[in-house]
Design a protein around this ligand. Structure first.
Ligand code: ADP
Length: 322
């Protein structure tokens, strides 16, 4: 592996990798971010939302590339509005649009990005070779970037974002326009960086699958607002209920559960999906067993039902802005 192992920051003690408070960004009369409050303490974060949700704007604002109209943001404790240079020294940014310099080969372009990020000439060249091999462009690294395929151009952008060995990597739609194989390869590289190399990763995407493959946490952004955020596994569990099978009269148990304020759905094969009416996640298997006994319909089978990320995403989009 040619990307050096980065030190995982002390997640408990250090400043958040990313924090935003009341972040507002306007383009003329268009309010692209309407007061975003989020924090991320490290690991891998998906910024998930449909096109136009404000994801690129959010990334550019926290990297200090765009001045917010209100609110504040910080990366690794550095204020985005004042310390953009320090932030960019510690962050890699793979923008959505291409950013190549005409006439440069892959290795020249990547080394150039290393120089801009503060590396000396020899270091920048050495690192450029290392990261290009890491992203799988060893054969093509001497070819001009403008001759690259779409997949290769995405990879060279990733190499350029990695060249100075950043602590945090920000990726804006990194699989955009890729064929399935190139997409899989790119996601595997990002996963490797996040899970095996200790790099903090913030991945912006409108594709659920990308976020699900790479990320442990998610922020769902819609219409310039954070609709939901947290660990994906916890959000799935919280939003879910239990799959229940009843010994005896299913409908009798279903009525009792509804009378107790729970929502009940039938799966058509004799099982019920029982959820907390308020969706607060307080429902327990023990409470369901007790309810079954009280209703005279003992339960035979109670297992947690996980909501898919897709359901979670759709529900977050349908929610009233918080
Ligand atoms: P996403 O990355 O989620 O697709 P963007 O941050 O690119 O969303 O855009 C958020 C909103 O701001 C969209 O409505 C978009 O049309 C608008 N927008 C983005 N950039 C500009 C700009 N430079 N000028 C005017 N409006 C913009």
């Amino acid at each position: 592996m040619s990307v050096p192992e980065t030190t995982t920051l002390d997640r408990a003690a250090g400043p958040p990798v990313l924090a935003a408070r009341g972040l507002v960004v306007r383009y003329g009369r268009k309010e692209a971010l309407k007061g975003v409050d989020v924090s991320f303490h490290g690991g891998s974060l998906g910024l998930l939302g449909p096109n136009g949700a404000g994801k690129s704007t959010f990334l550019r604002a926290i990297l200090g590339l765009l001045k917010p109209d209100r609110g504040s943001a910080a990366v690794l404790g550095f204020d985005s509005a004042r310390a953009g240079l320090q932030i960019r020294a510690q962050s890699g940014y793979m923008p959505e649009s291409d950013c190549h310099v005409p006439g440069l080969s892959g290795v020249e372009f990547t080394a150039y990005c290393g120089r801009i990020s503060g590396l000396g000439g020899a270091d920048a060249r050495r690192r450029a070779h290392e990261v290009l091999v890491y992203v799988g462009l060893q054969e093509e690294r001497y070819r001009k970037v403008e001759e690259y395929s779409r997949g290769m151009r995405q990879k060279v952008k990733l190499a350029a974002a990695l060249v100075h060995d950043p602590a945090v990597l920000f990726l804006d739609e990194p699989t955009s326009g890729l064929d399935p194989q190139a997409r899989q390869e790119t996601l595997e590289l990002i996963r490797d960086l996040a899970h095996n190399k200790g790099m903090h990763v913030v991945l912006s995407s409108h594709l659920l699958k990308d976020v699900e493959t790479v990320c442990d946490e998610v922020i769902v952004l819609a219409e310039g607002q954070a609709r939901t955020s947290g660990r994906i596994d916890a959000l799935k569990r919280m939003a879910s209920g239990f799959v229940v099978r009843v010994d005896g009269e299913v409908e009798r148990f279903a009525r009792s559960a509804q009378e107790a304020g729970l929502t009940v759905e039938r799966d058509g094969r004799g099982a019920l999906l029982v959820q907390d009416g308020g969706g607060a996640g307080a429902l327990t298997a023990r409470a369901l067993f007790a309810l079954g006994r009280a209703a005279g319909t003992p339960l035979r089978h109670v297992v947690p039902a996980e909501e898919s990320l897709e359901d979670l995403f759709l529900r977050a989009l349908a929610q009233e802005p918080r």
